[in-house]
Design a protein around this ligand. Sequence first.
Ligand SMILES: Nc1nc2c(c(=O)[nH]1)N[C@H]1C(S)=C(S)[C@@H](COP(=O)(O)OP(=O)(O)OC[C@H]3O[C@@H](n4cnc5c(=O)[nH]c(N)nc54)[C@H](O)[C@@H]3O)O[C@H]1N2
Ligand SMILES: Nc1nc2c(c(=O)[nH]1)N[C@H]1C(S)=C(S)[C@@H](COP(=O)(O)OP(=O)(O)OC[C@H]3O[C@@H](n4cnc5c(=O)[nH]c(N)nc54)[C@H](O)[C@@H]3O)O[C@H]1N2
Ligand SMILES: [Mo]
Length: 774
Amino acid sequence: MSKKDNSYVSYKGPAGGWGALKSTTEHWLKSENAVRNIHTLLKTNQPHGFDCPGCAWGEKHDPAKIRFCENGAKAVNWEATSRKVDSEFMAKHSVTWLNSQSDYFLEYQGRLTEPMRYNRETDHYEPISWDLAFKQIGDTLKSQSSPDNVAFYTSGRASNEAAFLYQLFARSYGTNNFPDCSNMCHEASGYALTSSIGIGKGTVEIEDFARANAVFVFGQNPGTNHPRMLETLKEVVQAGGKVLTFNTLRERGLERFQNPQSPIEMLTNGSKPTNTDYFCPKIGGDMAAVRGMVKVLIEMEEKAQQEGKAIFDHDFINQHTQGLDAYLQQVNQTSWADIIEQSGLTKEEITHSANIYATSERVIVTWAMGITQHHHSVATIHEIVNLLALRGNLGKPGAGVCPVRGHSNVQGDRTMGINERPSTAFLDALEKRFNFTPPKNHGLAVVDTIRAMRDGKVGVFIALGGNFAAATPDTNATKLALKQCKLTVQVSTKLNRSHLIVGEEAIILPCLGRTDIDHQTKGQQKVTVEDSFSMIHASGGVIEPLSTEQKSEPAIIAGMATATLGDFPINWAEAISDYDIIRDHIAAVVPGFTNFNERILQDGGFYLGNSARERKWNTPGGKTIVHTHVLPESILPKRAHDLLSEKTLILQTLRSHDQYNTTIYGMNDRYRGIKGERNVVFINPADIQRLGFKEGQRVTLRTLWDDGVERKVDGFKLIPYSIPAGNIAAYYPETNPLVPLDSHGEFSNTPTSKSIAIELEASEETNNISISTS
Ligand SMILES: Nc1nc2c(c(=O)[nH]1)N[C@H]1C(S)=C(S)[C@@H](COP(=O)(O)OP(=O)(O)OC[C@H]3O[C@@H](n4cnc5c(=O)[nH]c(N)nc54)[C@H](O)[C@@H]3O)O[C@H]1N2
Ligand SMILES: Nc1nc2c(c(=O)[nH]1)N[C@H]1C(S)=C(S)[C@@H](COP(=O)(O)OP(=O)(O)OC[C@H]3O[C@@H](n4cnc5c(=O)[nH]c(N)nc54)[C@H](O)[C@@H]3O)O[C@H]1N2
Ligand SMILES: [Mo]
């Protein structure tokens, strides 16, 4: 099968379009709240509505527009259901029984509506009053020998206000243990960008796309995960710009898009391309591909110089970069043979991309998990920054870096101080505002938190959202670690696996979501979020909460803090009476938030600013640092590489079209032609044959890792697909048991969810997935 062949992708329609509309309608109906939710959806991303709880893609300011996509609609419908998980539900079902149900089943049961505590004797969750729940949490925290025995996890839906209060609570209690979903997500982007351009965020605004002559899209699937980005890509192509896509798979959304909000396109069933070139590198091959492009650029530059011209932007290089010569030398030393072998692309494909790069005045590079979840992710992102630096594509309009964030406020949470390695400036500002000395030692991120739980060093786990047990690597090890905790506390909207992996004591605290109206003593409250483009805007719920027993996230944090610290360092109850008070604190502590409360009144919000965009480099030396990495001999960590054989395949774990991370909305993956199941492996047909299997056969996936622990999942069906030979793909979180805890990125410590060495064997077991919803 040729790399360009997409005959194995059975969905022939464009992304979006009628397929999306049909699916949206089905999810409306499934929510059992269809009419109310249509009203709710129309408020998505509107000036007086709520920020979509889906992805972190931004919006152009255009009040007339409907601003939700198919998958945003799924997220809203999922949250705004009328089904309830209350004490009656919990009395009916034991935790052991619930644990035997699928992730889909668990979340489908509805919204959590009462605080609950696990009773080990009956194996059931039972109702508990808010006061008692807070007291138990406070007493447990007060009785710890060290605040570092506690870990405070955050998932990226938490608002700025919730995140700020949460970090204030944890730091005034005395710890920097902030494991965060971003440790598993864009950590490599933050690390690589901070260490090269001096700020860990993207430098472009959404308007820059209209000015870009070329956009390079690496390792992301916007058709599913950032559907509103398809319109942007389509517009670039329509305006005559180039969109070059690098993806291991042929993803439908990266090929064609029909805008469900364009009547003409819908009625004529027309669609527009979302790329001008589509390349399928091997898993982990992007650094080699970029290095190949730079190799071509060096040759072009040498030729140009002979003619008295230049390809490189020498003014930018001289004024704004340091370390370029060593890098260029390293590129010269990298052989084409290695580049071609690792990237899986041909020299012609790489040369073609380099030519487009060299002839485009303004270039943006975007990326997501296909780049960040590898062992060499930081090196790959440095390579991307170097490519951009060569032609001054940093800090000029229509050009720059664009890591496309995941959770809708994951970037904002970091801005608010959810960071296990806070800067001294941030801690000093906290100290000044609140008159206490925050802890200075670095805390624990996700992987280290799991290790610390396993080793008995962390005994209390508090989660502000998310699904730690399912989202983290090495599921069996993580579950054991969680079970060793004295107390686990989950602040959540929906029932999930993490509630069922109980510590000695376990508490569930039900919270309001983005769509819910948040009533506090001084009236209805708004929160704020930050998108991928550093735009801060307000979000207010539009529907009455399902239960008066649900509290807002800030109120829950305030309750836990008061029970633990009393009025130290602030009067928590007062702070939540009116979130303007929290925002005033933020304005005093976090740079860029001066006059916060006034500025959020602007429609569309305000721009936080970005130093690199202004060509101010907050790096040692004050210039962009060009990092030099040797092209890794293997994309795998040594502990897997040393075990490779002819039979080894490299697995990437990804999202289907019907899921939001560990939240499974349904069993279909429309654009990849999968219906009614999730335990599938996408595999090159030549590998099926070479390894002696048959199409549709069930297999066991087994991880290669040197610690003697068996990591396997059974009963996965082989699906022939257009994916490079030697590479396979399967859904997360079902495959998380395969990711060894110690297999993580260099510098980023992000689990290598996109590069796991695997061997397949015929499976004994048949596939039993429960998709019952009753
Ligand atoms: N509907 C929906 N929206 C979401 C989410 C969701 O689950 N559902 N999750 C949110 C979150 S938290 C995040 S982080 C983002 C995730 O957004 P994505 O990063 O798009 O998510 P993945 O499904 O992990 O897709 C990874 C993509 O990279 C490709 N890929 C994998 N490995 C490589 C590689 O080595 N090289 C290249 N070039 N390509 C590779 C895969 O084929 C796939 O297309 O989406 C956010 N938005
Ligand atoms: N193998 C593999 N593992 C991965 C990844 C991968 O690609 N492959 N991706 C990683 C990435 S990018 C990420 S971001 C993480 C995601 O990790 P998490 O953020 O921990 O997981 P989610 O599935 O997003 O969390 C879903 C739960 O959040 C709760 N929730 C939803 N909305 C709200 C809210 O408004 N408030 C509160 N308090 N709770 C809410 C619900 O109870 C729901 O069950 O997973 C990572 N894990
Ligand atoms: Mo993410």
